[in-house]
Design a protein around this ligand. Sequence first.
Ligand SMILES: [Mg+2]
Length: 264
Amino acid sequence: MQYDLNKYRAILFDVDGVLRRGSQLIPDVAETLSKLREQEVAIGVVTNNSGSGAQAIAQYLAKLGVFFQPHEVISAVDASAMWIAKHGPGKTAYVLGSQQVRDVMREHDIQVIEAPETVDYRCDYLIVGACREVNYEMLTRALRVGLQGATFLAINLDRMYPGTDGQCPAAGAMAGAVRGMLGRVPDISIGKPEPHLGVLALERFGVTADETLMVGDTLATDILMGRRLGMDTAFVLTGNDSRADITPDNAPTFVIASLAELAP
Ligand SMILES: [Mg+2]
């Protein structure tokens, strides 16, 4: 298929299944990104990762040999903090998630309550992300904070992500547990396919949707978000989804076998 790559002023990349698979960089990625850096196009990362903020993701990618400034990384964790900071009014939160998420929230002046029993479980937000340390005590605290009426914010609703040795539970696993306990769906979900990350990326790079290409390996998140915002979308076949998964509702603008096709 022929497509005109020169029309784009910004190209946004998902991370898992697009740039890396677990701790491995996907072939052609480093070369493609450095070629794009030489062109007049902004490149950035838009990730649902619910365990780390932009700074940590940029550091991790640098170790793999691909370089992004933290401001070029649009992360669902930072976007969650920004959403709370913007919407208020309250800014106290219990986090069912990683230590890094708690750290990022604090950087955005959100008061993270580690032991909600000390405030009678009254927190403004219940923030839910992937959580390797999850245990019964944490679930109990999340339940009671939710029962007291906290706004239930899911960093994303991804079911799983590709780890080095196979699939791993993502934020959707934790959000599903909370939903099961509370009997209600999240009040807000920040990650793709919701528009928040894409809107932030457009603001950050100073571009409009029709001059932006979203590149992803997952039709239900990356491609759907791009479509909803009016971006062109490139579906890359290095992740989980395949051509057979394409339907009229999630069809990308074009399909590529490798990122190398973006910088011929
Ligand atoms: Mg992906």
